[in-house]
Ligand binder design. Structure first.
Ligand code: RP5
Length: 165
């Protein structure tokens, strides 16, 4: 792809199609905020060459932040952090065998020098990774800052004073 040809500044990558129901939460909240994302399947284990090419080419494509989700032996976020200086926001996908504890520990325990942000297991983590990525981009984008403030205000207003039913 040509230098800067990608309009999206945020890439959302995941290790498998099976991660998409979780990772789509990041894509959806970014869409609500009017932020484009480029969504791809990139596996550290099954498609290591694709992972390498993506990580090495991301900056030139115009990507500024990477949200990476994986489950089980979740090496993708850490490997991406090792291959690019771009910020990597890791989402531990809930695994079948260990409920995502394995994913969480695989992502969070990076050695000093290779920083990888780690969010909560599952959909909450994916949503918050999307919001966090938007907040970082908003530092240089006043219009996005306003949309983020409006989004948060709407969430606050949606909380009832008393439970219903
Ligand atoms: C990881 O293995 C993926 O990130 C996924 O969470 C997990 C299981 O993958 P599938 O067997 O469903 O493709 O690499």
């Amino acid at each position: 792809m040509a230098e800067g040809a990608n309009k999206a500044k945020i890439a959302i990558v995941m290790g498998s199609q099976s991660d998409w129901p979780t990772m789509r939460c990041a894509a959806e909240v970014l869409q609500e905020l009017g932020v484009e994302s480029d969504v791809r399947i990139v596996s550290a284990h099954r498609t290591p060459d694709r992972m390498y090419d993506f990580a090495r080419g991301a900056e030139a494509e115009g990507i500024r932040l990477i949200i990476a989700g994986a489950g089980g032996a979740a090496h993708l976020p850490g490997m991406l952090s090792a291959l690019t200086h771009l910020p990597v926001l890791g989402v531990p996908v809930q695994s079948k065998a260990l409920s995502g504890q394995d994913s969480l520990l695989s992502i969070v325990q990076m050695p000093a020098g290779i920083p990888t942000a780690t969010f909560a297991i599952g959909e909450a983590g994916a949503t918050n990774a999307g919001l966090y990525a938007a907040a970082i981009l908003a530092l240089g984008d006043p219009a996005l800052t306003q949309r983020l403030k409006d989004w948060r205000a709407a969430r606050t207003e949606s909380v009832s004073e008393r439970p219903e039913g």
